[in-house]
Design a protein around this ligand. Structure first.
Ligand SMILES: [Ca+2]
Ligand SMILES: [Ca+2]
Length: 215
């Protein structure tokens, strides 16, 4: 092989390496772009879900003169609660149980789950039994974590506990804000998704909150 042929051969290898490097960079950019697009679409979907859920809560209140409670004992005096995820459990019960002239909200199969694994709500009234409510299922967000829901009567009742998919129990409270320091949601309710990170941040961070999304 002549010297000229060797230079040509080496040049071709360098070209090949450059092309491979450029393709790798382009593929990386495509992956990042697709990932960001999917994450953005997921957030938009969750905002719509939360708006629909909040609208269902309002429709329920229009029918019954009060918002769904956020404590099980207010639904059924003989309920046995583990003290976790009660707000989301109350929501599912009130909005989906036929005994409340509903449903006001019909979650998809992925929209409800018994994240805390309890079986506390053994209602004696057979009308209360259906596939969704009998085992204390919760309304869950699009990442599978229960919503944080508080009726205004319980803003002052102290912290409540929420257990997410990671099994950790978080202590959450009603949120105040603005210059007035009044409770968000006024004398109605507070509803929020803990967002992609599954951590309650009081409606901040990546949380999606009714007082931000519902006008
Ligand atoms: Ca449960
Ligand atoms: Ca969060």
């Amino acid at each position: 092989m002549s010297a000229r042929q060797e230079r040509t051969h080496a040049f071709t290898l360098i070209e090949l390496l450059v092309v491979v490097a450029i393709l790798s960079i382009l593929m990386g950019l495509v992956v990042v772009g697709v990932t960001q697009y999917l994450a953005s679409a997921h957030l938009k979907k969750e905002r719509v879900n939360l708006q629909q859920l909040a609208a269902a809560v309002q429709t329920y209140a229009d029918r019954w003169g009060d918002f769904p409670p956020s404590r099980l004992v207010e639904l059924q005096s003989d309920s046995v609660s583990n003290g976790v995820n009660e707000g989301a459990e109350c929501l599912l019960w009130c909005l989906s149980s036929p005994s409340r002239a509903g449903p006001y909200h019909e979650p998809t199969e992925a929209g409800y789950a018994n994240v805390d694994g309890d079986r506390g709500f053994e209602a004696t009234d057979s009308r209360l039994y259906n596939e969704i409510t009998r085992e204390n299922f919760e309304v869950v967000d699009s990442w599978g974590n229960p919503y944080v829901y508080l009726h205004w009567r319980h803003y002052e009742g102290g912290a409540v506990k929420v257990r997410g998919l990671d099994g950790k129990v978080q202590t959450v409270e009603a949120v105040r804000g603005g210059k007035s320091g009044r409770y968000r949601g006024d004398l109605k309710f507070q509803l929020r998704s803990m967002g992609p990170n599954g951590l309650d941040e009081g409606g901040e961070g990546d949380d999606i909150a009714s007082w931000h999304e519902v006008r």
